[in-house]
Write a protein of this length. Sequence first.
Length: 422
Amino acid sequence: MTSRWIWLSSQIIHRIWFRASLFSLLAIATALVAIFVRPYIPSNWTTSIGADAVDNVLSIIASSMLTVTTFSLSTMVSAYSAATSSVTPRATRLIMQDSTTQNVLATFVGSFLFSLVGIIALSTGAYGESGRVVLFVVTIAVIVLIIVTLLRWIDHLSSLGRVTETTARVEVVTIEAMRSRRKRPFLGCRPLNDASFDVPATARPIFPSAIGYVQHLDTGGLSAIATAGGGQIFVRTIPGQLTGTNEPVAWSVGLRDHDLDQDAIRSCFSIGQTRSFDQDPRFGACVLAEIASRALSPAVNDPGTAIDVITRAIRVLSVWAEPVDPALEAEILYPNVHVPPIDLAGLFDDLFVPIARDGAGIIEVGLQLQKALRVLSLYDDDRFRQNARRHSVEALGRAELQLAFAGDRERIRRASEAVRRT
């Protein structure tokens, strides 16, 4: 239910240039603050502290930070390339949003600008003798910050862009999106379980102005429009779905000025060229399946990663079976807006169809998949049981076509039978 502007702001905050710019401005302000503080510093402190050495220290920081920043950028680009080639291009965005990497680069760039501004101000005599003391103390603090950041960066480089680390990041963001959607399956609106039945015949369509994926839905904004217009809005396209300009993303009923409200309703649907993790748990499921499929390709031949993804898939889907406060789940914040739910069967398909298809000829992957489906079938939810049994039968059929050894086929049959008996 995050508003569109808050969502856009969060997208900007996670960009690497935003944090680097913020640290740079802070560094410049810190370098200049000594000019204003110098009247309060005793002049005899300059000699006792040894603030004359600040010129050389700033020169060292300026030259070294430029080199370190260039090296870090090249390392970051290499990690992006590694994730694209060995994991999936869809996971690269998560690495780009890594807070540790952004903080490291922002610290290095900020330290470089701090030293540069300090050198310029010293050469113009803006600091004076007392101002040198303040600059010297701040420079010592910057050096400590650089050392701590370098140590963190060295430790972080060992996992940046690696398959396991990237897969774990995808799992975390997918679980977060799943848990958020599990608490409010209809985004705080009224349920629209069957659009063809619930949408009145008098509803008027709202067509989008762009072709792409719905990345974010501002249900609060839709509610404000519906309330002000004295009508209702029925959402057809939820985050993660592809939409075109020739099919409606929503319908409006009873709005006093439908033509005027159309543009406002369209603006509540943020449409982009790619899908987003925020309100779209199925996208995270698709990315996990992509990682497993790439690992199972003949060029990579890494069934262990596929088995790891299957285990993570259990944790992702189990979120949908977590107990939720019934009052919170049923709470309707926006009664004038109707939203369809996420299809649980679609989530199962996103996760398990690619793995069952690409791992059909690998016995260890097939057995792990059947074990995972058995775990999911034991949840006290008929939808879990039905989908787990369906995928067990489908995976068995694919495996029987690919496995050449009769003993392997028999092992898969027994594992599938255990799923059907739950």
